[in-house]
Design a binder for this molecule. Structure first.
Ligand SMILES: Cc1cc2nc3c(=O)[nH]c(=O)nc-3n(C[C@H](O)[C@H](O)[C@H](O)COP(=O)(O)OP(=O)(O)OC[C@H]3O[C@@H](n4cnc5c(N)ncnc54)[C@H](O)[C@@H]3O)c2cc1C
Length: 494
């Protein structure tokens, strides 16, 4: 039986971040990952010699000295990554199909504010209030604003204001509300359930800057792997963590792997789905109500994705994401069927370094409901009926794209991923694109559990996205190592 100071369950962004932080302090660390390689969510895949990104297209706060840049510097990842800025004059384009109007969101709070004030001169007060509130919420967290003295009060604020309530209180302008809300697609919860605090973290980071990483999620995964190897972290891939093992005194003793091996430890950070912990921890440790709460946690919106290639660049997507807004409300788009013709479309692109081709990812948000009849099937072993359904769905979605996005006329679509693919690839409930939903109708678990030495981290604990996953790891490791010292070190990296 191998023994470690810390065992991390899950080699996603949060698990690998936690492993680096602990190993940098000279602790022995093991990471157990159920997939055959670390970081399946962001690693992407290859088809016909071209690499396609999955779990990361662009990130906020990666400008020099900004929050994610400071985290990557502190983790020793900055020297292993090349960042590429999105277009400063419009990193996101929101195209309103009904009116034909397009809005290009520029980099920086002031530029965004000035741009929207010019587009909506009668709404200056609402625009100012929106950006003031986003910034205030963002800067209130010591994990996002290292200038702030460290205090957990500034982080775990008991915020229950929804984005919708906030927007309703500042404007009646439907177009402006859509422009204030579209980033809810980056955490998969409609505005009437989205917390203003979660929205502020996501929108606030992109307001500062938007970047992609050269080589995409694959390059990010490789950089993390390299750091783990440099620090001598034990990586156990193809090893699903099953039971949390207790000593006869009911103290944490280790983590049992699917191989039968037990990784002995008195300290475990669980970054896999929190709901899976309900079955992993022996009866009697958690209260029945907590166990039930874990089991019933709901995921964010899912979606169906198309992956395509183009021999020539697609100027509309060069250094920008593009959101096609058909009208209606976010609730029906995120929590409805992803199939109808009037769904919203989220487009991004990147350059495949090896082939020189432009790679296009399209997401049609929606739920897993249409795929319920195949929910017992697993990735790589689906019945013919599913394959036929998926083929017809892909044809319909490509036809929709040809009609609604003429800029994609030269794109050859090679692959389709359904909510079931997302569920099995990203190990998320209901095929959630962003793990657990952070919303006003759900209490996500805290990083500390009732079992001494067992902690939770991951996108479901703090916030979704690369930044949210990284922050969750610092939160869990701060409990182990001391928040103040980590905060001081981060301040020096900013
Ligand atoms: C299509 C898509 C696009 C996205 N685009 C962006 C983007 O542009 N920008 C952005 O910031 N974020 C984006 N995200 C979100 C981002 O990828 C995630 O928030 C982040 O990767 C989550 O990291 P994590 O470590 O919390 O979770 P995960 O990556 O889910 O890590 C958990 C790990 O645990 C493993 N695991 C599960 N169960 C077990 C077990 N029992 N034993 C061992 N291992 C286990 C899983 O295989 C997984 O590797 C996107 C996500 C998707 C799906």
């Amino acid at each position: 039986m191998a023994a470690f100071d810390h065992v991390i369950v899950g080699a996603g962004i949060s698990g690998m971040t936690a492993a680096i932080l602990l190993a940098e302090q000279g602790r022995s660390v093991a990471v157990a990952e159920s997939f055959r390689k670390p970081a399946p969510t962001i690693r992407g895949f290859r088809r016909k010699g071209v690499h396609f990104d999955t779990g990361v297209h662009y990130v906020g706060g990666l400008g020099r000295g900004q929050v994610l840049d400071a985290y990557f510097a502190h983790l020793g990842l900055d020297r292993l990554l090349t960042t590429v800025p999105y277009k400063a004059d419009g990193f996101d384009v929101i195209a309103f199909e009904e009116s034909g109007r397009e809005f290009r969101m520029p980099n920086g709070y002031q530029a965004c504010r000035d741009y929207l004030c010019a587009e909506f001169p009668e709404e200056t007060k609402a625009v100012d209030t929106y950006f003031r509130e986003i910034r205030r919420n963002f800067d209130a967290s010591p994990f996002l604003n290292f200038e702030r003295a460290f205090s957990m009060d500034g982080f775990l604020h008991d915020d229950t204001i929804t984005l919708q309530n906030f927007l309703d209180s500042i404007t009646d302008n439907a177009t402006l509300k859509t422009l204030f809300s579209y980033q809810c697609l980056l955490y998969g919860v409609p505005p009437h359930n989205a917390l203003l605090s979660t929205h502020s973290l996501v929108a606030g980071s992109y307001c500062r800057s938007a970047h992609t990483i050269r080589g995409g999620g694959h390059a990010l995964a490789k950089a993390y792997e390299k750091r783990l190897a440099e620090l001598g972290v034990g990586l156990f891939c193809n090893c699903e963590a099953g039971d949390i093992v207790l000593s006869p005194e009911k103290r944490l003793r280790g983590v049992q792997l699917s191989t039968g091996e037990v990784l002995e430890t008195g300290s475990c950070i669980w970054t896999a789905q929190p709901s899976a912990l309900a079955d992993a921890v022996p009866e009697g440790v958690f209260r029945p109500s907590y166990r039930l709460r874990l089991r019933e946690l709901r995921g964010s919106a899912s979606g169906t994705m198309l992956f395509g290639v183009s021999d020539s660049p697609v100027p509309e997507l060069d250094g920008r994401c593009r959101y096609i807004w058909p009208g209606g409300d976010f609730e029906s788009k995120l929590e409805g069927d992803p199939l109808p013709d009037d769904n919203l479309i989220y487009l991004s692109s990147c350059l495949d370094q090896k082939s020189g081709k432009t790679v296009i990812t399209v997401i049609f948000p929606g739920t897993i409901a249409s795929f319920a009849r195949w929910e017992q099937s697993a990735y790589g072993d689906r019945p013919e009926s599913y394959k036929n359904f998926k083929r017809q769905l892909a044809e319909k979605l490509v036809a929709t794209l040809r009609r609604r996005c003429p800029e994609l006329s030269g794109v050859d679509f090679l692959e389709c991923a359904t909510p079931l693919t997302v569920r099995d690839y990203c190990s998320t409930p209901q095929g959630a694109l962003y793990g657990l939903r952070h919303s006003n109708d759900q209490y996500n678990p805290a990083p500390v559990t009732k079992l001494d030495g067992l902690y939770l981290a991951g996108q479901g604990i703090v916030a979704p996205g690369v930044l949210g996953a990284v922050v969750s790891a610092y939160l869990a490791c701060g409990i182990i190592l001391g928040h103040e010292s980590l905060h001081q070190e981060l301040r020096q990296c900013a």
